[in-house]
Design a protein. Sequence first.
Length: 172
Amino acid sequence: MLSISHTLFSIFILRLLSLIFPLFFFFSFPNILISIISANFCDFDIFWLKKISTHHRLVFHLPLFYLVLFIGVSIITYPLTYYYIILLIFIQIFFHLFTDYVTGRTAGIYWFYPLLNKQYSLFAIKPRLGNYHPYIKNKGKMKKHFIFYFQNRLLVVFELFLCLLGIVAFFI
Ligand SMILES: [Zn+2]
């Protein structure tokens, strides 16, 4: 999913949490900032990836890695007063992985890696269209990738809807 969509959707998630658990999650500027950074953290692998199609196998997009990390951090920090921040960070990360699973076009999510070396996506993916490095003169390949990305109208509408939720979150 695009960074702007992850960003806006993370704001909606925070708003939702603040409505369901008003004592723990505040719709405040620091929490909005934490949400945005956490929701985009997985995509920092852009600095290490070799190809778009394989970047979901780097540690940044591995759910089992975050699960183990979450359990470890929870054991250490629970029930400290700032534990809700830890919770918020991991909730945003897991929503990132889930929305990447739904909207993945050239790479899925390796839900069980390293136990299972298999990627999953809601719609069929075309890894060959993401077979390029985003920094190195690949304008042609990038264009093809984006055309394919926006071909699935259902996903485009879904992603726009998530963005809209993020904007609406400021007014509810
Ligand atoms: Zn991602």
